[in-house]
Design a protein around this ligand. Structure first.
Ligand SMILES: Cc1cc2nc3c(=O)[nH]c(=O)nc-3n(C[C@H](O)[C@H](O)[C@H](O)COP(=O)(O)OP(=O)(O)OC[C@H]3O[C@@H](n4cnc5c(N)ncnc54)[C@H](O)[C@@H]3O)c2cc1C
Length: 380
């Protein structure tokens, strides 16, 4: 068993760390306030190969492994979780979904642009009445021979406004239950495809989240992903890998807050000494470090399972469940260590605390992760 990173992994991590410090940190508070994220930064992340990290270079990707993906996600998330969620959705939901299950034509047409960051992708599963219960899809895709007609509403869609390519899950045959669900590739601008206003959120405010409306959208049959009825399996398989990305995002949010709290505790004085010399604060730091290390091991293990070609459904669910809990709890502690300064934007920890919450909600809530894990445990 070898816990050390390779030289290549260290280089990749350092490149992401450098980018986060020099490009993401300036303006992160302003972007959070204004709920914006400039196209220029997305373009730069594409140039660094962050938009198609695990994609085969023949489709424009970086050809890296899942460990590299996790390292990049952690570094970006320490500074700006709005940037990292764009990276995560594009990489593990959209690019992975197309590369693993798309046809060669779909890969050439869409994946090559998504993996380079020339275009951005969105993954559209959730609906007003189908969140955790994703089988209750109300969006319909009626088979019309050489095309499908799609009607319905998707909500909470990350990259909803700025994406070019949308992977949309819809019900084709209700009588077949989840075996009657399909996944489709839609393009922005298709007639009948409307994008609603941006959500005003607690955290990851730089990331755009929208409701999407489909009114008789005509989608050619060649835009269906996989065999007829493969859509639900497609969504579950894709989300399983996505959870590794969100677990790494949670890890980054927690470790970013920890690093800020440690530094602050060595500078801030109270009762004639740096506050890290008060045992109550020192023990908080000890707990934070231990919990974050435990989360890191689960996240790395999930990525390693994926790299080995093993089943990683349980590993990714455990990593997301635990890392998101650590992110929520330890960002609160980071705010506490900062005292009053923790409560204002300038010190960054309040933003990390707000950003942490979403990691317990999207790509399957913590309760849903426990369903996945408990099923696995009981099945043996
Ligand atoms: C900022 C943001 C970005 C998002 N991005 C995307 C995206 O890009 N694409 C996309 O498709 N979706 C996206 N989502 C949607 C997200 O995945 C859902 O919000 C999430 O799956 C929960 O669904 P819900 O909101 O309908 O909650 P519900 O499913 O209504 O759940 C409400 C509560 O009930 C609990 N619950 C539900 N069922 C059970 C059960 N069987 N046992 C125990 N507890 C249960 C849940 O855990 C939760 O606590 C995003 C959401 C947000 C907020």
């Amino acid at each position: 068993m070898d816990f050390s990173l390779t030289e290549e992994h260290i280089m990749i991590r350092d490149a992401a760390r450098d980018f986060a410090q020099t490009e993401l940190l300036p303006g992160v508070i302003e972007r959070d306030n204004a709920q914006t994220f400039p196209d220029e930064l997305v373009r730069k992340m594409g140039e660094l190969g962050f938009m198609g990290i695990m994609v085969d270079p023949k489709y424009g990707g970086s050809g890296m492994d899942a460990i590299s993906y996790v390292l990049i996600m952690e570094e970006l998330s320490k500074i700006d979780a709005s940037a990292s969620v764009m990276v995560s959705v594009n990489n593990s939901l959209v690019c992975y979904g197309l590369e693993a299950f798309g046809t060669e034509e779909q890969k050439q047409k869409y994946l090559t642009k998504l993996a380079t960051g020339e275009q951005l992708g969105a993954f559209c599963l959730s609906e007003p009445e189908a969140g955790s219960d994703a089988t209750s899809q109300k969006t319909t895709a009626i088979d019309k021979g050489d095309h499908y007609i799609i009607n319905g509403t998707k909500n909470w869609i990350t990259n909803g406004g700025r994406a070019d390519t949308y992977l949309v899950i819809a019900q084709t045959d209700r009588d077949k239950g989840h075996r009657g669900i399909n996944a489709f590739i839609l393009e922005k601008g298709m007639p009948g495809f409307d994008i609603g206003p941006k959500e005003d959120k607690l955290g990851i405010r730089g990331s755009d989240t929208h409701t999407l409306q489909f009114n008789d959208v005509k989608v050619p049959k060649e835009n269906r992903i996989g065999e007829d009825g493969f859509g639900f399996k497609f969504a579950m398989k894709t989300l399983s890998g996505g959870r590794i990305g969100i677990a790494a995002q949670a890890l980054g949010i927690a470790s970013g807050a920890y690093e800020l709290a440690l530094k602050y505790s060595k500078e801030r004085k109270a009762f004639g000494t740096e506050i890290c010399n008060h045992q109550a604060i020192a023990f908080k730091l000890a707990d934070m470090y231990t919990e974050i290390e435990a989360a890191r091991h689960l996240v790395m293990k999930a990525a390693w399972e994926k790299d080995q070609g093993n089943n990683y459904d349980m590993a990714s669910a455990m990593a997301k469940l635990y890392a998101s809990k650590v992110a929520m709890e330890q960002t609160v502690e980071a705010v506490q260590i900062h005292g009053g300064n923790g409560f204002v934007k300038e010190y960054h920890v309040e933003r990390l605390m707000r950003d942490a919450k979403i990691t317990q909600i999207y790509e399957g809530t913590s309760e849903i992760q426990k369903i996945v894990i408990s099923r696995g445990v009981i099945k043996g």
